[in-house]
Design a protein around this ligand. Structure first.
Ligand code: GDL
Length: 466
């Protein structure tokens, strides 16, 4: 029998990123992990399930419905809360009765599969209503509350213990400050959205380095309820070169008392989420003090067996160095940061004579990391290799080049004298339109973007100067 209550603290995972949704097998593995680690909630919201968002009015075919029904059954067996989310915001006409009927039909389809909990998400949509909707509501928030409240009441008649979630159009501090969604949007939600409905929030930013307790307390007053955290700390859909296997960090333990739950929307590549989710589970259960690094290292130790290869085994020490290279959005892990600082001093540190022990330390660490990357091709767990392969290739390339440069310099080559590599040539290396476009505007540390001052380099086809 289910032990779920409508007021439970929600902890777990949102499959809520852009890009290919997880496979069925990955979701089953996720449910097993969640149950073992004490996480209780899975929110189905893959942006690129076409029927979740782009064509939300169309019902699932029988072939599409069966896997969803299987997920619902599996969650129930494991006593996990399965929540189905729908994102109608791209083109919904809030004032059309027929639109409510479309929403009900979809929820009815999910109810028939045994789904009991739902969410309506209005993130990442145009923040203006159609003129006909503006005639009925002067506020975007009121229109969304009307639709959500109607659906909520309708669901509770059929699923009395349903949990119902709502994602506002401004869903972080920065968006609220910019008055995204219109003047007074969040206060209107606080007043008009039925109090049983949970409201998502990602923190001060979409990707919040920290979520301070005071930030959430202020919001709670406005929303008249505890917000539910949609945590994008480990999401990587916005940057294809990165992934994050650092710990759950930047959130104080007291935050748990101020929110309705903590749900993580992590890396697109399922196989890379072991440490993010393991440490989230630890954070939720932590009774003493929270040491993110310690939690990270112990989760890395648990993750290590997945790195079994068909050749030489990898060591925990090397895995930690690698993991530190893909740590968190705003910081590298300490081992990778140390490697970077060595490289920086050796390569652009000026003309001071470089201590040969620094050169040796850099070469040792860079070679170790590069060899670890090479070893990844031998992973027995192929999905893990596939998830890593593009990134480790790129990291290897860069390390290889820097090691060659440091060697060149240590043999007497001067900082600005000609140095080249036969494997890093214009056109095939660091090339392409995106790279060229990226060179036009330079992102400054304060967040402003300024036109490149290097007119020559900015227009070239690669990093060449020819
Ligand atoms: C977002 C999207 C989310 C995406 C994430 C990271 C929310 C509420 N929505 O804005 O789907 O994965 O950023 O890119 O976070």
């Amino acid at each position: 029998m289910s032990t779920q209550a409508t007021t439970d603290f929600l902890t777990g995972v949102i499959e809520g990123f852009y890009g290919p949704p997880w496979s069925q097998a990955e979701r089953f593995e996720l449910f097993e992990q969640m149950a073992a680690w004490g996480l209780n909630t899975y929110l189905y919201a893959p942006k690129d399930d076409l029927k979740h968002r782009a064509i939300w009015r169309e019902l699932y075919s029988t072939a599409e419905a069966e896997p969803l029904a299987e997920l619902i059954r599996t969650c129930r067996l494991r006593d996990l809360r399965f929540i189905y989310a729908l994102s109608p915001g791209l083109d919904i006409r809030y004032s059309h009765e027929a639109e409510l009927e479309h929403l009900k039909k979809r929820l009815q389809q999910m109810l028939a599969m045994g789904c009991q909990n739902f969410a309506l998400l209005f993130d990442d949509i145009p923040d203006r209503m159609a003129d006909e909707d503006l005639k009925r509501w002067d506020s975007f928030a009121s229109a969304q509350c009307h639709v959500t409240n109607t659906l909520f009441k309708w669901v509770r008649e059929r699923s009395p213990r349903a949990r119902f979630l709502f994602c506002p159009t401004p869903y972080c501090g920065r968006m609220a400050e910019r008055k995204y969604g219109g003047e007074g949007y969040l206060a209107t939600v606080g007043r008009e959205l039925l109090p049983e409905i949970d409201v998502f929030w990602t923190g001060p930013e979409i990707i919040s380095r920290e979520i301070p307790v005071e930030h959430v307390r202020d919001l709670r007053k406005l929303l008249r309820r505890k917000p539910l955290i949609w945590d994008n700390l480990h999401a990587n859909d916005y940057d294809g070169r990165r992934f994050y296997c650092g710990p759950y960090a930047g959130r104080p333990l007291e935050l748990r008392g101020e929110v309705a739950g903590l749900l993580s929307n992590p890396n697109c590549e399922f196989a890379l989420n072991y440490v993010p989710l393991r440490t989230l589970a630890e954070f939720v259960r932590c009774e003493a003090t929270w040491d993110a690094r310690q939690s990270h290292l112990s989760a890395m130790r648990e993750w290590l067996p997945r790195f079994a290869t068909v050749g030489q085994p990898v060591t925990l020490e090397d895995l930690v160095l690698f993991g530190d290279s893909y740590y968190l959005p705003y910081e590298e892990g300490p081992e990778a940061e140390a490697l970077f600082q060595m490289a920086r001093r050796l390569i652009i540190g000026g003309n001071e004579t470089v201590d040969s022990s620094l050169t040796a330390a850099f070469r040792e660490r860079a070679a170790r990391l590069r060899e670890f990357c090479a070893r990844m091709t031998e992973l027995q767990h192929r999905p893990l290799f596939y998830a890593l392969s593009r990134r480790v290739w790129e990291l290897r390339e860069e390390l290889d080049l820097l090691e060659k440069y440091v060697e060149f310099k240590s043999k007497g080559g001067q900082k600005d004298s000609a140095f080249g590599s036969d494997f890093h040539l214009p056109g095939t290396y660091r090339g392409g339109l995106v790279a060229r476009l990226q060179r036009l505007l330079v992102l400054q540390p304060d967040g402003t973007l300024t036109p490149s001052r290097d007119r020559d380099r900015a227009g070239k086809h690669s990093d060449s100067t020819t």
